[in-house]
Ligand binder design. Structure first.
Ligand SMILES: [Zn+2]
Ligand SMILES: [Zn+2]
Length: 87
């Protein structure tokens, strides 16, 4: 059903937005280690990562507390198994 896919995309987008907003749009992992970008500024988060994987915890996939705001680099490190191509 295309409408189901659309619905879950909207939900995912809202979840992602909420996770990023909560982190102030900064990478939580870089912030924790005090890393900055090449201009010496805090690293911007571009991705919301599921702490508990949605394959195993589908009920948590739209839970903001199950999300972490990460930059692309940190996010890729969370998913060595997927070659970085995963939410
Ligand atoms: Zn980062
Ligand atoms: Zn992820």
């Amino acid at each position: 059903m295309p409408s189901d896919i659309f619905y879950s995309e909207v939900k995912h987008r809202k979840w992602r937005e909420a996770v990023l907003r909560r982190a102030g749009y900064l990478c939580e992992e870089c912030k924790r280690y005090g890393r900055t970008d090449k201009n010496g500024l805090p690293v911007v988060a571009t991705t919301a990562h599921h702490i508990k994987h949605r394959d195993e915890y589908p009920e948590l996939q739209y839970d903001v507390n199950n999300g972490r705001a990460l930059c692309a680099k940190c996010h890729n490190k969370q998913h060595p198994e997927k070659g970085g191509k995963y939410w």
